[in-house]
Design a protein. Structure first.
Length: 315
């Protein structure tokens, strides 16, 4: 990676900022692009003095003219609270953003990775989810701006690969957590931790038996970098996530145990189109990338709790 110039869109966000950190550690030059809709300069403040790091405020729905060797396209709000706030803009970010970044990659002959999502599978009818599954997505629901935007982005990536021989990589990211998550993003891990630390009741939607699989952010970043640095014959899509499955009730109980909180549990109706099950089949990631998540949920949660505890005390 030494002397490689690498663009990370959404680089000041939760996952993007951790990716920037790791890329700098390899000796790469990093151009971090973000419009700060959900990202923050604070997430990359530790890199601002690094001469190999550059921060640019820019919206990927507008063209970008730079010279780079690799592009990680992570720009898009990824939590329901944020992507449903302005659903039209969310779709534009996924679709126009993909078109602009693919156009840039074509012009400068860069390798480009798309941060897709497990949400392309919708509310799955097969379990666990494999990359060959086409999904069960509601095209007109309140989550469609994100789900269908990401599906369209994947379409664009593979059309550029077929039509222009572009070197593409597509990662389907499952639930990821860790420090620098937005405290008000509505995701289950941040919700539970913040509520527990504040002594508020923890909100369980539905009966609490719906499942998710939680991947610590360091593991995910390792998977993204491994995928980017595969040979040109590897395009993906490849699932990146932790296959160990937990119910929401199990997660809530573990957060209460680790925080020592006396918060209670309250149940609310299940949101529209909320998937009942999420578990990645990571056979391809194991075979092609030699990648398997290593951080146990308890260890990752402790680091995340420590981060949020500091954030809440500083506020």
């Amino acid at each position: 990676m030494h002397n490689q110039r690498i663009l990370v869109t959404g680089g000041a966000g939760f996952v993007g900022s951790h990716l920037c950190d790791r890329l700098l550690e390899t000796g790469a030059e990093v151009l971090c692009v973000d419009n700060y809709y959900t990202g923050s300069r604070l997430n990359v403040a530790q890199n601002l003095a690094n001469p190999r790091f550059e921060l640019l405020r820019h919206d990927v729905t507008m063209p970008l003219y730079v010279e780079v060797d690799q592009i990680y396209n992570l720009a898009c709000p990824a939590s329901p609270v944020h992507y449903q706030f302005d659903p039209v803009q969310t779709t534009k970010t996924s679709v126009h953003g993909a078109i602009n970044m693919l156009g840039l990659a074509k012009r400068v002959k860069a390798k480009i990775l798309q941060a897709s999502t497990s949400e392309v599978y919708g509310d799955p009818t097969i379990h666990p989810q494999v990359e060959s599954y086409w999904g069960n997505v509601n095209p007109i629901g309140i989550r469609s701006c994100y789900d269908e935007g990401k599906r369209c982005a994947e379409t664009l990536f593979f059309d550029y690969w077929r039509q222009h021989k572009l070197r593409i990589k597509v990662a389907r990211i499952f639930n990821t957590y860790g420090p620098r998550m937005h405290p008000n993003d509505g995701r289950v891990v941040s919700n539970f931790i913040v509520q527990a630390l504040r002594g508020e009741d923890i909100t369980l939607y539905g009966d609490g038996n719906q499942t998710r699989s939680f991947c610590y952010v360091d593991d995910l970043v390792d998977g993204l970098m491994r995928l980017m640095n595969t040979g040109d014959e590897v395009t993906g899509p490849i699932n990146l996530g932790n296959p160990v499955e937990f119910t929401m009730k199990q997660l809530a109980d573990l957060v209460l145990e680790l925080t020592g909180s006396r918060s209670g549990l309250v149940h609310r109706p299940l949101p529209s189109d909320d998937p009942r099950q999420r578990q990645p089949d990571i056979t391809l990631a194991k075979e092609i990338l030699d990648w398997t998540p290593t951080a146990p949920l308890k260890v990752g949660l402790m680091k995340t709790i420590e981060y949020f505890d500091g954030l809440l005390k500083a506020a």
